[in-house]
Design a protein around this ligand. Structure first.
Ligand code: NAP
Ligand code: GDP
Length: 340
Protein backbone atom coordinates (compact mmCIF):
# COMPACT_ATOMS: atom_id res chain seq x y z
CA UNK A 1 0.00 0.00 0.00
CA UNK A 2 1.49 3.38 -0.97
CA UNK A 3 1.86 6.07 1.67
CA UNK A 4 -0.56 8.97 1.23
CA UNK A 5 0.65 12.10 2.99
CA UNK A 6 -2.02 14.74 3.48
CA UNK A 7 -0.68 18.25 4.10
CA UNK A 8 -3.38 20.43 5.67
CA UNK A 9 -2.86 24.15 5.01
CA UNK A 10 -1.01 22.88 1.95
CA UNK A 11 -1.46 26.09 -0.05
CA UNK A 12 0.16 28.40 2.51
CA UNK A 13 3.73 29.52 3.16
CA UNK A 14 4.96 26.24 4.65
CA UNK A 15 2.78 23.92 2.53
CA UNK A 16 4.10 25.45 -0.69
CA UNK A 17 7.65 25.20 0.65
CA UNK A 18 7.23 21.46 1.32
CA UNK A 19 5.91 20.97 -2.20
CA UNK A 20 8.83 23.01 -3.61
CA UNK A 21 11.46 20.98 -1.72
CA UNK A 22 9.93 17.62 -2.64
CA UNK A 23 9.94 18.64 -6.30
CA UNK A 24 13.35 20.34 -6.41
CA UNK A 25 15.42 17.78 -4.45
CA UNK A 26 16.51 14.66 -6.36
CA UNK A 27 13.91 11.85 -6.16
CA UNK A 28 14.36 9.15 -3.52
CA UNK A 29 16.73 11.21 -1.39
CA UNK A 30 16.43 12.45 2.19
CA UNK A 31 14.22 15.40 1.23
CA UNK A 32 13.09 14.51 -2.31
CA UNK A 33 9.86 12.76 -3.29
CA UNK A 34 10.13 8.99 -2.83
CA UNK A 35 8.65 6.16 -4.85
CA UNK A 36 5.50 4.87 -3.18
CA UNK A 37 4.54 8.24 -1.72
CA UNK A 38 1.55 10.31 -2.80
CA UNK A 39 1.45 13.86 -1.41
CA UNK A 40 -1.87 15.73 -1.20
CA UNK A 41 -1.82 19.49 -0.48
CA UNK A 42 -5.25 20.55 0.81
CA UNK A 43 -6.59 24.09 0.88
CA UNK A 44 -9.42 25.63 2.89
CA UNK A 45 -11.45 25.80 -0.30
CA UNK A 46 -11.56 22.03 -0.42
CA UNK A 47 -12.41 21.59 3.28
CA UNK A 48 -12.98 24.06 6.07
CA UNK A 49 -11.29 22.11 8.85
CA UNK A 50 -13.21 23.95 11.55
CA UNK A 51 -16.08 21.77 10.43
CA UNK A 52 -15.99 18.13 11.57
CA UNK A 53 -18.04 16.79 8.63
CA UNK A 54 -15.88 18.61 6.07
CA UNK A 55 -12.77 17.22 7.77
CA UNK A 56 -14.14 13.67 7.68
CA UNK A 57 -15.06 14.07 3.99
CA UNK A 58 -11.52 15.23 3.16
CA UNK A 59 -10.01 12.22 4.93
CA UNK A 60 -12.54 9.87 3.30
CA UNK A 61 -11.58 11.23 -0.13
CA UNK A 62 -7.79 10.89 0.19
CA UNK A 63 -7.44 8.15 2.85
CA UNK A 64 -4.16 9.50 4.22
CA UNK A 65 -1.73 7.21 5.99
CA UNK A 66 0.26 10.22 7.27
CA UNK A 67 -0.64 13.86 7.96
CA UNK A 68 1.45 17.01 8.16
CA UNK A 69 -0.98 19.35 9.86
CA UNK A 70 -0.21 22.98 9.02
CA UNK A 71 -3.69 24.49 8.65
CA UNK A 72 -4.28 27.27 11.14
CA UNK A 73 -5.71 30.71 11.49
CA UNK A 74 -2.33 32.41 11.58
CA UNK A 75 -0.99 35.95 11.48
CA UNK A 76 1.52 38.29 13.02
CA UNK A 77 1.56 40.18 16.30
CA UNK A 78 -1.20 42.64 15.34
CA UNK A 79 -3.60 39.94 14.11
CA UNK A 80 -2.99 37.95 17.30
CA UNK A 81 -3.79 41.05 19.37
CA UNK A 82 -7.01 41.83 17.45
CA UNK A 83 -8.61 38.40 17.07
CA UNK A 84 -7.88 36.57 20.33
CA UNK A 85 -11.11 34.56 20.41
CA UNK A 86 -11.03 33.67 16.70
CA UNK A 87 -7.41 32.56 17.06
CA UNK A 88 -8.38 30.41 20.04
CA UNK A 89 -11.63 28.88 18.72
CA UNK A 90 -10.76 28.37 15.07
CA UNK A 91 -7.47 26.75 15.93
CA UNK A 92 -8.90 24.55 18.70
CA UNK A 93 -11.61 23.35 16.30
CA UNK A 94 -9.23 22.79 13.37
CA UNK A 95 -6.74 20.89 15.53
CA UNK A 96 -9.34 18.75 17.26
CA UNK A 97 -10.99 17.82 13.95
CA UNK A 98 -7.69 16.93 12.28
CA UNK A 99 -6.30 14.92 15.20
CA UNK A 100 -9.52 13.10 15.98
CA UNK A 101 -10.30 12.25 12.35
CA UNK A 102 -6.72 11.01 12.00
CA UNK A 103 -7.25 8.80 15.03
CA UNK A 104 -10.62 7.49 13.86
CA UNK A 105 -9.40 6.70 10.34
CA UNK A 106 -6.21 4.94 11.46
CA UNK A 107 -3.68 7.51 10.23
CA UNK A 108 -0.28 6.06 11.17
CA UNK A 109 1.47 9.33 11.98
CA UNK A 110 0.61 13.03 12.41
CA UNK A 111 3.12 15.87 12.57
CA UNK A 112 1.41 19.07 13.71
CA UNK A 113 2.79 22.59 13.76
CA UNK A 114 3.03 24.69 16.91
CA UNK A 115 4.94 27.98 17.26
CA UNK A 116 7.39 29.46 19.75
CA UNK A 117 4.42 31.61 20.92
CA UNK A 118 3.49 28.56 23.02
CA UNK A 119 6.34 29.17 25.43
CA UNK A 120 5.79 30.98 28.72
CA UNK A 121 6.52 34.69 28.69
CA UNK A 122 9.62 35.64 30.63
CA UNK A 123 10.94 32.08 31.01
CA UNK A 124 14.69 31.74 31.48
CA UNK A 125 16.31 31.53 28.01
CA UNK A 126 16.84 29.60 25.88
CA UNK A 127 13.43 28.15 25.04
CA UNK A 128 13.65 24.36 25.04
CA UNK A 129 11.10 21.67 24.23
CA UNK A 130 10.54 20.78 27.91
CA UNK A 131 9.53 24.32 28.96
CA UNK A 132 6.23 24.71 27.07
CA UNK A 133 3.87 24.31 30.01
CA UNK A 134 5.83 26.09 32.74
CA UNK A 135 3.78 29.32 32.80
CA UNK A 136 1.32 31.47 30.84
CA UNK A 137 2.21 32.68 27.31
CA UNK A 138 2.69 36.36 26.39
CA UNK A 139 -0.60 38.29 26.67
CA UNK A 140 -0.40 39.58 23.07
CA UNK A 141 -1.14 36.14 21.61
CA UNK A 142 -2.66 34.07 24.38
CA UNK A 143 -5.59 32.87 22.21
CA UNK A 144 -3.37 31.41 19.48
CA UNK A 145 -0.76 30.19 21.98
CA UNK A 146 -3.21 28.25 24.15
CA UNK A 147 -4.82 26.62 21.09
CA UNK A 148 -1.37 25.50 19.93
CA UNK A 149 -0.33 24.28 23.39
CA UNK A 150 -3.39 22.04 23.44
CA UNK A 151 -2.03 20.16 20.42
CA UNK A 152 0.92 19.04 22.52
CA UNK A 153 -1.46 18.00 25.31
CA UNK A 154 -3.64 16.12 22.82
CA UNK A 155 -0.64 14.36 21.27
CA UNK A 156 0.36 13.03 24.70
CA UNK A 157 -3.22 12.03 25.51
CA UNK A 158 -3.64 10.14 22.19
CA UNK A 159 -0.36 8.36 22.84
CA UNK A 160 -1.21 7.41 26.41
CA UNK A 161 -4.77 6.27 25.70
CA UNK A 162 -4.33 4.77 22.22
CA UNK A 163 -0.57 4.51 21.55
CA UNK A 164 -0.85 7.00 18.65
CA UNK A 165 2.22 8.31 16.82
CA UNK A 166 1.27 12.01 16.92
CA UNK A 167 3.98 14.63 17.37
CA UNK A 168 4.68 18.32 16.63
CA UNK A 169 7.20 20.85 15.38
CA UNK A 170 7.76 24.24 17.01
CA UNK A 171 9.04 26.72 14.38
CA UNK A 172 10.27 30.20 15.18
CA UNK A 173 9.30 33.06 12.79
CA UNK A 174 9.07 31.73 9.22
CA UNK A 175 9.44 33.67 5.96
CA UNK A 176 9.74 32.91 2.25
CA UNK A 177 7.89 32.74 -1.07
CA UNK A 178 4.09 32.17 -0.99
CA UNK A 179 3.73 34.01 2.34
CA UNK A 180 0.69 36.06 3.27
CA UNK A 181 1.78 39.63 2.42
CA UNK A 182 -1.13 41.42 4.08
CA UNK A 183 -0.28 44.93 5.28
CA UNK A 184 -1.88 44.59 8.72
CA UNK A 185 -2.43 40.95 9.60
CA UNK A 186 0.75 39.31 8.30
CA UNK A 187 4.01 38.52 10.08
CA UNK A 188 6.74 41.14 10.13
CA UNK A 189 8.79 40.11 7.08
CA UNK A 190 5.97 39.78 4.52
CA UNK A 191 4.31 42.90 5.97
CA UNK A 192 7.49 44.97 5.65
CA UNK A 193 8.27 43.61 2.18
CA UNK A 194 4.85 44.77 0.97
CA UNK A 195 5.17 48.14 2.75
CA UNK A 196 8.60 48.84 1.27
CA UNK A 197 7.33 47.83 -2.18
CA UNK A 198 4.50 50.39 -1.90
CA UNK A 199 6.79 53.09 -0.42
CA UNK A 200 9.13 52.74 -3.38
CA UNK A 201 6.29 52.67 -5.91
CA UNK A 202 4.43 55.66 -4.40
CA UNK A 203 7.42 57.74 -3.23
CA UNK A 204 6.19 57.62 0.38
CA UNK A 205 8.07 56.83 3.64
CA UNK A 206 8.61 53.19 4.61
CA UNK A 207 7.09 52.82 8.08
CA UNK A 208 8.13 50.02 10.43
CA UNK A 209 5.91 49.27 13.45
CA UNK A 210 7.44 49.65 16.92
CA UNK A 211 10.97 50.61 17.91
CA UNK A 212 12.81 48.13 15.69
CA UNK A 213 14.65 46.83 18.75
CA UNK A 214 12.97 43.43 19.34
CA UNK A 215 14.90 40.37 18.24
CA UNK A 216 13.59 37.35 16.35
CA UNK A 217 14.97 34.09 14.92
CA UNK A 218 13.89 33.78 11.30
CA UNK A 219 13.84 30.44 9.52
CA UNK A 220 13.58 30.27 5.73
CA UNK A 221 10.51 28.30 4.62
CA UNK A 222 12.50 26.04 2.26
CA UNK A 223 14.81 25.06 5.16
CA UNK A 224 11.81 24.47 7.39
CA UNK A 225 10.22 22.26 4.73
CA UNK A 226 13.22 19.92 4.90
CA UNK A 227 12.81 19.71 8.68
CA UNK A 228 9.14 18.68 8.31
CA UNK A 229 10.00 16.04 5.69
CA UNK A 230 12.75 14.72 7.98
CA UNK A 231 10.45 14.68 11.01
CA UNK A 232 7.72 12.80 9.13
CA UNK A 233 10.11 10.13 7.90
CA UNK A 234 12.72 9.80 10.63
CA UNK A 235 11.37 10.90 14.03
CA UNK A 236 8.95 8.76 16.05
CA UNK A 237 8.44 10.38 19.43
CA UNK A 238 5.59 12.39 20.89
CA UNK A 239 7.83 15.14 22.26
CA UNK A 240 7.92 18.19 19.94
CA UNK A 241 11.05 19.61 18.30
CA UNK A 242 11.99 23.28 17.90
CA UNK A 243 12.68 24.14 14.24
CA UNK A 244 14.97 27.15 14.18
CA UNK A 245 18.30 28.73 13.44
CA UNK A 246 20.65 28.97 16.44
CA UNK A 247 19.60 30.75 19.61
CA UNK A 248 22.23 33.47 19.09
CA UNK A 249 21.29 34.02 15.47
CA UNK A 250 18.35 36.27 16.23
CA UNK A 251 18.30 39.63 14.43
CA UNK A 252 16.61 42.93 15.25
CA UNK A 253 13.51 44.18 13.43
CA UNK A 254 15.62 47.21 12.47
CA UNK A 255 18.12 44.89 10.74
CA UNK A 256 15.25 43.16 8.92
CA UNK A 257 13.99 46.56 7.71
CA UNK A 258 17.50 47.55 6.59
CA UNK A 259 17.91 44.34 4.62
CA UNK A 260 14.54 44.87 2.93
CA UNK A 261 15.54 48.44 2.06
CA UNK A 262 18.73 47.10 0.53
CA UNK A 263 16.95 44.35 -1.39
CA UNK A 264 14.56 46.93 -2.93
CA UNK A 265 17.33 49.55 -3.32
CA UNK A 266 14.86 51.90 -1.58
CA UNK A 267 16.25 55.44 -1.23
CA UNK A 268 13.35 57.09 0.63
CA UNK A 269 12.72 57.82 4.30
CA UNK A 270 12.47 54.96 6.85
CA UNK A 271 10.28 55.69 9.92
CA UNK A 272 9.62 53.75 13.13
CA UNK A 273 6.07 54.12 14.47
CA UNK A 274 6.73 53.78 18.19
CA UNK A 275 3.01 54.12 18.96
CA UNK A 276 2.72 50.49 17.73
CA UNK A 277 3.47 47.48 19.92
CA UNK A 278 6.87 45.79 19.99
CA UNK A 279 5.39 42.54 21.28
CA UNK A 280 7.84 40.27 23.08
CA UNK A 281 11.37 41.64 23.15
CA UNK A 282 13.21 38.39 22.59
CA UNK A 283 12.41 34.65 22.68
CA UNK A 284 15.63 32.81 21.82
CA UNK A 285 14.93 29.15 21.11
CA UNK A 286 17.48 26.33 21.13
CA UNK A 287 17.83 24.17 18.01
CA UNK A 288 20.21 21.77 19.76
CA UNK A 289 17.75 18.83 19.74
CA UNK A 290 16.93 19.29 16.04
CA UNK A 291 20.55 19.50 14.90
CA UNK A 292 21.63 16.54 17.01
CA UNK A 293 18.82 14.28 15.76
CA UNK A 294 19.20 15.27 12.10
CA UNK A 295 22.90 14.47 12.39
CA UNK A 296 22.41 11.22 14.30
CA UNK A 297 19.81 9.89 11.87
CA UNK A 298 21.94 10.67 8.77
CA UNK A 299 24.22 8.15 7.10
CA UNK A 300 27.43 10.12 7.52
CA UNK A 301 26.89 12.64 10.36
CA UNK A 302 25.46 15.15 7.91
CA UNK A 303 24.87 18.59 9.48
CA UNK A 304 21.72 20.57 8.66
CA UNK A 305 22.66 23.68 6.69
CA UNK A 306 20.61 26.88 6.81
CA UNK A 307 20.08 29.43 4.05
CA UNK A 308 21.83 32.67 5.10
CA UNK A 309 19.19 35.18 6.26
CA UNK A 310 20.27 37.88 3.77
CA UNK A 311 19.97 35.46 0.84
CA UNK A 312 16.59 34.08 1.95
CA UNK A 313 15.28 37.60 2.41
CA UNK A 314 16.51 38.81 -0.99
CA UNK A 315 14.97 35.74 -2.66
CA UNK A 316 11.67 36.43 -0.85
CA UNK A 317 11.67 40.08 -2.00
CA UNK A 318 12.42 39.03 -5.58
CA UNK A 319 9.66 36.41 -5.43
CA UNK A 320 7.16 39.00 -4.16
CA UNK A 321 8.03 41.52 -6.89
CA UNK A 322 7.77 38.87 -9.59
CA UNK A 323 4.50 37.45 -8.24
CA UNK A 324 2.87 40.66 -7.04
CA UNK A 325 -0.35 40.19 -9.01
CA UNK A 326 -0.97 36.73 -7.55
CA UNK A 327 0.61 37.05 -4.11
CA UNK A 328 -1.60 36.25 -1.15
CA UNK A 329 -2.75 39.39 0.60
CA UNK A 330 -4.93 38.73 3.61
CA UNK A 331 -6.55 35.73 5.13
CA UNK A 332 -9.04 37.00 7.59
CA UNK A 333 -10.35 39.60 5.12
CA UNK A 334 -11.15 36.98 2.51
CA UNK A 335 -13.90 35.92 4.88
CA UNK A 336 -13.04 32.25 4.48
CA UNK A 337 -11.58 31.29 7.76
CA UNK A 338 -12.55 33.59 10.59
CA UNK A 339 -15.17 32.54 13.14
CA UNK A 340 -18.55 34.19 12.78
P1 NAP B 1 -0.35 30.34 6.02
O1 NAP B 1 0.49 30.64 4.85
O2 NAP B 1 -1.42 31.29 6.39
O3 NAP B 1 -0.93 28.88 5.85
C1 NAP B 1 -1.92 28.41 6.70
C2 NAP B 1 -2.93 27.69 5.84
O4 NAP B 1 -3.96 27.22 6.70
C3 NAP B 1 -3.59 28.60 4.81
O5 NAP B 1 -3.02 28.37 3.56
C4 NAP B 1 -5.07 28.23 4.88
O6 NAP B 1 -5.55 27.68 3.69
C5 NAP B 1 -5.11 27.12 5.92
N1 NAP B 1 -6.29 27.29 6.74
C6 NAP B 1 -6.59 28.32 7.58
N2 NAP B 1 -7.80 28.13 8.13
C7 NAP B 1 -8.27 26.97 7.61
C8 NAP B 1 -9.48 26.26 7.75
N3 NAP B 1 -10.46 26.70 8.56
N4 NAP B 1 -9.64 25.11 7.06
C9 NAP B 1 -8.67 24.65 6.24
N5 NAP B 1 -7.50 25.29 6.05
C10 NAP B 1 -7.32 26.43 6.73
O7 NAP B 1 0.57 30.15 7.28
P2 NAP B 1 1.92 29.33 7.46
O8 NAP B 1 2.91 30.28 7.97
O9 NAP B 1 2.22 28.49 6.27
O10 NAP B 1 1.47 28.41 8.67
C11 NAP B 1 1.70 27.01 8.68
C12 NAP B 1 1.80 26.57 10.12
O11 NAP B 1 2.96 27.17 10.69
C13 NAP B 1 0.63 27.02 10.99
O12 NAP B 1 0.23 25.96 11.81
C14 NAP B 1 1.21 28.17 11.82
O13 NAP B 1 0.55 28.28 13.06
C15 NAP B 1 2.64 27.73 11.95
N6 NAP B 1 3.64 28.77 12.22
C16 NAP B 1 3.80 29.82 11.38
C17 NAP B 1 4.80 30.77 11.65
C18 NAP B 1 5.08 31.92 10.71
O14 NAP B 1 5.94 32.77 11.05
N7 NAP B 1 4.45 32.01 9.56
C19 NAP B 1 5.60 30.63 12.80
C20 NAP B 1 5.39 29.55 13.65
C21 NAP B 1 4.41 28.62 13.33
P3 NAP B 1 -6.02 28.52 2.37
O15 NAP B 1 -4.81 29.33 1.96
O16 NAP B 1 -6.35 27.44 1.41
O17 NAP B 1 -7.16 29.40 2.80
P1 GDP C 1 5.84 37.73 16.64
O1 GDP C 1 7.22 37.21 16.56
O2 GDP C 1 4.87 36.67 17.02
O3 GDP C 1 5.77 38.94 17.50
O4 GDP C 1 5.37 38.07 15.17
P2 GDP C 1 5.64 39.13 14.01
O5 GDP C 1 6.19 38.42 12.85
O6 GDP C 1 4.33 39.81 13.82
O7 GDP C 1 6.75 40.18 14.49
C1 GDP C 1 6.40 41.20 15.35
C2 GDP C 1 7.54 42.18 15.58
O8 GDP C 1 7.83 42.89 14.37
C3 GDP C 1 7.15 43.22 16.61
O9 GDP C 1 8.30 43.68 17.28
C4 GDP C 1 6.55 44.32 15.73
O10 GDP C 1 6.57 45.59 16.36
C5 GDP C 1 7.53 44.29 14.55
N1 GDP C 1 6.97 44.83 13.29
C6 GDP C 1 7.44 45.92 12.63
N2 GDP C 1 6.71 46.15 11.53
C7 GDP C 1 5.77 45.17 11.48
C8 GDP C 1 4.73 44.85 10.53
O11 GDP C 1 4.51 45.52 9.52
N3 GDP C 1 3.97 43.74 10.80
C9 GDP C 1 4.20 42.96 11.91
N4 GDP C 1 3.45 41.88 12.10
N5 GDP C 1 5.16 43.25 12.82
C10 GDP C 1 5.93 44.32 12.59
Amino acid sequence: MPDVILVTGGHGLVGNAIRHVLESEPPNTRYGRRDGETWVFASSREADLRNAEATKALFAKYKPTHVIHLAALVGGLFMNMKYKLSMLRDNININDNVLHTSHETGVRKVVSCLSTCVFPDGIEPPLREDKIHLGPPHESNFGYAHAKRLVDIANHAYKEEFGSNFTAAIPTNIYGPYDNFDLEDSHVIPGLIHKCYLAKKNGTPFTVAGTGKPLRQFVYSYDLAKMFIWQLREYDDVEPIIFSVGENEDVSIRYVAEQIVEAFDFKGEVKFDTSKSDGQFRKPASNEKLLRLVRETSKDNEEFTFTPFEKGLKDSVDWFVKNYDNARIGQIKRGQVVSV
